[in-house]
Design a protein around this ligand. Structure first.
Ligand code: ADP
Ligand code: MG
Length: 381
């Protein structure tokens, strides 16, 4: 158990929590913008987590109190019997409470402290980690022991239905179901999953670029993909999802230029996921050429890279001992990853961050991780 969440809990509420649960952030190794197209993704859990410490309130209190140790420390409350959305950060926790109540789990009024070393809003899925850790903590308080998959599904409903963010299931699945030394291969249309061995180290570089256009651009891409699928179905009525289309079908369809590029990315990216998974199953690393092709496609066909991401990817990929690099997450800012030898990545990180700052005038955070386990009850339960 991290001491820090216990300290945060004691400082705000006094005494000790009954339960501490935590969940990992995630990076997607390959398979970008495929999730909402019914395709496949290949995330890992990372070594940065969110911890949620919880204790039932006594004395007939009917309001839950929440605090996050993050700077600036923010505390709030929500109605334990009828959580409502307020626009505050604790909507993610109130949403979990609401979903669990709907699933007939007894959720009492609680004191809840959150501590995290996972950057928020950087595309490492802090929102899903917060929901997953909160779900595990509230279930443990109620005496339930659910599977990581069921935890992920509740966390996903909290974010989609309560907070109101239309996201796919990748983030919650990775944050809950990831394993040490493995990548989680997810078929997003059926929600089937498989763990494949993944032993390499991953350098994560947060470009620190705010993703201001992200929400609207993301919705625009989703709409474009729907439009592309509708046109493809004129010739191929059997297509259930855009990810099912093969590149030849996309090319032959003669779609309008923008829709053509979006659909071609999705079709080719799906093939790259297959190739990456096949390599990992054989115990081989993911080929650097696959990572490079994924990045180029996101940059040129999907138009979701930035000059900062392009620079980091090019720079990292050129380092000795680095097998390949690409942007990860939705893009338009956020993080890039480089995969390779742990020592080589650790050696490259400081100079890369310094040169980035000199070039762009902003700070990049960079650290090396391995594939780590998703959800965990750290104390109590
Ligand atoms: P991402 O999931 O990529 O990190 P999101 O915008 O989806 O970015 O989620 C970030 C939001 O999650 C924050 O604005 C905040 O509401 C919530 N959040 C994440 N981490 C914390 C934390 N440690 N304490 C409080 N809220 C957090
Ligand atoms: Mg998120």
């Amino acid at each position: 158990v991290t001491e820090a969440v216990l300290v945060a809990f004691a400082r705000q509420f006094g005494g000790e929590p009954l339960v501490v649960a935590s969940a990992a952030g995630r990076v997607n190794l390959i398979g970008e913008h495929t999730d909402y197209n019914g395709g496949e993704v290949l995330p890992i859990g990372i070594g940065r987590r969110i911890y949620v410490a919880v204790r039932p309130r006594t004395g007939g209190e009917r309001r839950s109190r929440v605090v996050s140790a993050d700077d600036p420390a923010v505390a709030g409350e929500f109605d334990a019997d009828a959580p409502t959305r307020t626009g505050a950060w604790w909507d993610y926790i109130a949403g979990v409470a609401c979903q669990l109540r709907a699933a007939h789990v007894d959720v009492p009024a609680l004191d809840i402290a959150v501590w995290s070393d996972l950057p928020r809003g950087a595309g490492l899925s802090s929102s899903a980690a917060l929901c997953v850790a909160a779900t595990a903590a509230l279930l443990a308080v109620a005496g339930h022991d659910w599977s990581p998959r069921d935890i992920a599904l509740v966390a996903h409903r909290a974010e989609v239905d309560f907070v109101g963010v239309a996201v796919g299931i990748m983030d919650q699945f990775a944050s809950a179901m990831a394993r040490d030394g493995a990548a989680l291969h997810v078929w997003c249309d059926t929600t089937a999953t498989e763990c494949v061995p993944f032993a390499d180290a991953v350098l994560i570089v947060d470009t620190g670029v705010e993703r201001t256009v992200r929400g609207s651009a993301y919705q625009e891409r989703r709409a474009e993909c729907q439009a592309a699928l509708a046109l493809l179905r004129l010739a191929h009525p059997e297509l259930r999802t855009l990810a099912e289309a093969v590149p030849d079908q996309v090319v032959a369809a003669g779609l309008p230029e923008t829709l053509h590029r979006r659909a071609l990315h999705v079709a080719q990216e799906t093939r790259r996921v297959h190739a990456a998974v096949a390599a990992l199953r054989r115990g081989e690393p993911i080929a650097g050429a696959l990572l490079a092709a994924s990045h180029a496609s996101l940059r040129d066909l999907y138009d979701c890279s930035t000059p900062e991401l392009d620079w980091v990817v090019e720079r990292a990929a050129a380092e000795p001992g680095v097998c390949g690099a690409r942007l990860t997450g939705a893009g338009w800012g956020g993080c890039a990853i480089a995969i390779g030898d742990e020592d080589a990545l650790a050696d490259a990180a400081p100079a890369l961050a310094a040169d980035y700052e000199a070039r762009f005038g902003r700070t990049a955070r960079a650290w090396v991780t391995r594939a780590e386990r998703g959800v965990r009850v750290d104390m109590g339960g």
